[in-house]
Design a protein. Structure first.
Ligand SMILES: Cc1ncc(COP(=O)(O)O)c(C=O)c1O
Length: 432
């Protein structure tokens, strides 16, 4: 019997390979089988597995100083905060509060926004994920929130654009943006703009389908927030650290938030670490007001050492820019794959971050299994794994987010596996 409780699933009968080693884009199990890690874990291992620089930085830091309280200064922690401010989207600079993960970072960002604004309400999108602990779970706009309900009060949800399945009844991208902004304005009017502390959004919707907003949407959200004095928080837990082809999606889309949360790729997932970056002019607020949060592991030196080494590796290996090269590779391969398999309704993405939306019928766009209602495609994911491809996904969307170091030959290997698995799956299209 395994004594581990695994997230989100009923435990009985669960089967998964026991991973004991990782190298580059590959994972290895205890029987010596190899799996191509096409989702970089959970959109996190941006450097690939077994990066020697990060591993030795972790070891050296642990030997020199394994821990010191957050109330004391620490050289490694300060250096990482500076490095993040330097690669962040603000010319004015930023200050960083560290957490242990992404959900905690979102909860703290909300606390900061409430403290700084003196307002209470928070806007978040449906089809979003911001974490699973009670606070972050409440911010989440899908069914992983439900076990938390009624949850944290004061959260108001809106629909963001989703061109492939428009909540605004259009197939025109400009109209989608116009209507999404009008909808948001209406919500702000009915909630009272002067009562809204912040709007929290993933600049690319991640686990809810890898949805890239049409041009102009985020910019107009920024303008709307400015008109009402609402702070804009980008949840860059998935999109940060090169995933979209820039350090942050903020830079890829040319829209700077007021607060940016991150986790995952900051250490290439080698050590748990998250954080809240606050642009300098706002962070000054806390010069005169006590910071309303704290954690034992805030700015843990070993995690900070991993973060510093990861950022150095991203820089030295040119990996943020490389995500744009990977984007080209993925786009051309998925276009070809979609020609062969009608099960692919849409392949969409930006940088090294793509979603394959699977449908029963390309014309009607009927999803292969209902989002939030049906079962995730366990048989398909299981088959891909059995063929040597680890992939993350939910319901009818496969999330493709390889390590930024992935090569073309590895992508070709993945396409061969997709080809075989989709062909097989097409014979049983309704299987869940
Ligand atoms: C966009 C986003 N925000 C927050 C989180 C939660 O991060 P964590 O699991 O580190 O708490 C996730 C996790 O996948 C995420 O995708």
């Amino acid at each position: 019997m395994d004594h581990v409780l695994t997230p989100w699933v009923a435990q009985a009968g669960r089967k998964a390979p026991v991973i004991v080693r990782g190298e580059g884009s590959y994972l290895y199990d205890d029987a010596g089988n190899r799996y191509l890690d096409l989702s970089a874990g959970l959109v996190a291992v941006n450097l690939g597995h077994g990066h020697a620089g990060v591993a030795s930085a972790i070891g050296e830091q642990a030997a020199r100083l394994g821990y010191c309280a957050p109330s004391l200064g620490n050289d490694t922690r300060s250096a990482l905060a500076r490095a993040i401010a330097e690669i962040g989207p603000w010319a004015e600079g930023a200050r960083v509060f560290f957490t242990t993960g992404g959900g905690e970072a979102n909860e703290d960002a909300v606390k900061f926004a409430r403290a700084m604004s003196g307002r209470h309400k928070i806007l978040t999108a449906y089809r979003s994920f911001h974490g699973s602990a009670p606070g972050a779970g409440s911010l989440t706009g899908e069914n992983r929130r439900w076990p938390n309900e009624p949850g944290m009060p004061g959260i108001v949800r809106f629909f963001a654009p989703f061109p492939y399945r428009s909540p605004f009844h259009t197939r025109d991208a400009n109209e989608e943006v116009d209507r999404a902004i009008a909808h948001l304005e209406e919500i702000v009017r009915y909630e009272g703009g002067e009562r809204i502390a912040a709007l929290l959004i993933e600049p690319v919707i991640g686990s809810n389908g890898v949805i890239v907003f049409p041009d102009g949407y985020l910019k107009r959200v920024r303008e709307l927030c400015d008109r009402h004095g609402i702070l804009l928080i980008f949840d860059e837990v998935m999109t940060g650290f090169g995933r979209t082809g820039e350090a942050f999606a903020s830079q890829r889309f040319g829209v700077a938030p007021d607060i940016l949360t991150f986790a995952k790729g900051v250490t290439s997932a080698y050590v748990p670490l998250g954080g809240v970056a606050v642009r300098e002019s706002l962070a000054k607020f806390f010069d005169a007001h006590p910071l309303p949060s704290g954690h034992t592991f805030s700015g843990h030196p070993v995690a900070a050492a991993a973060g510093l080494a990861a950022i150095e590796a991203y820089r030295n290996e040119g990996l943020f820019a490389r995500a744009r090269v990977v984007e080209g590779w993925l786009r051309s391969r998925f276009d070809a794959l979609a020609e062969r398999h009608r099960i692919i309704g849409e392949a969409r993405g930006v940088g090294a971050f793509f979603g394959l939306e699977l449908v029963t019928d390309r014309d009607t766009r009927e999803p292969l299994v209902e989002w939030q209602g049906g079962k995730t495609l366990h048989s398909l994911f299981g088959d891909l794994l059995a063929r040597g491809l680890y992939i993350y996904g939910r319901y009818n969307v496969i999330v493709v987010s390889p390590p930024l170091t992935i090569g073309e030959a590895e992508l070709d290997e993945a396409m061969t596996i997709f080809d075989e698995a989709f062909a097989e799956f097409a014979k049983i299209p309704k299987a869940g």
